[in-house]
Design a protein around this ligand. Structure first.
Ligand SMILES: [Zn+2]
Length: 94
């Protein structure tokens, strides 16, 4: 049994049991959880995009294609995209 630090939306409890974990096509991890304190069930989404990994990948892919200044611009744009990405709003499970 694993617990999570994501607070319960119902009571704010910090301990929740993960009932189910699924990966979807948008690189998000969907977890169904049950609060250990009040029993409320809810769903969370977590992205798997790691900026550090993305940075190293982009650096490797572009270092021999474009100049250094263009690469920095590309990395900045990619970072902006990551920052703007919003996973789906968690929905209550009935
Ligand atoms: Zn709760």
């Amino acid at each position: 049994m694993r617990s999570s630090s994501v607070p319960c939306p119902s009571c704010g409890g910090s301990e929740a049991m993960i009932l189910e974990t699924r990966h979807n096509l948008r690189d998000a991890i969907r977890r169904r959880k049950e609060c250990n304190e009040c029993g409320h069930r809810f769903t969370t989404y977590e992205t798997t995009i790691d900026p550090t990994t993305l940075h190293s990948m982009a650096t490797h892919a572009t270092s021999y294609l474009v100049g250094d200044s263009r690469m920095r611009t590309l990395l900045r744009d990619l970072q902006a995209l990551i920052n703007e990405y919003e996973p789906p709003t968690p929905q209550e499970v009935r």
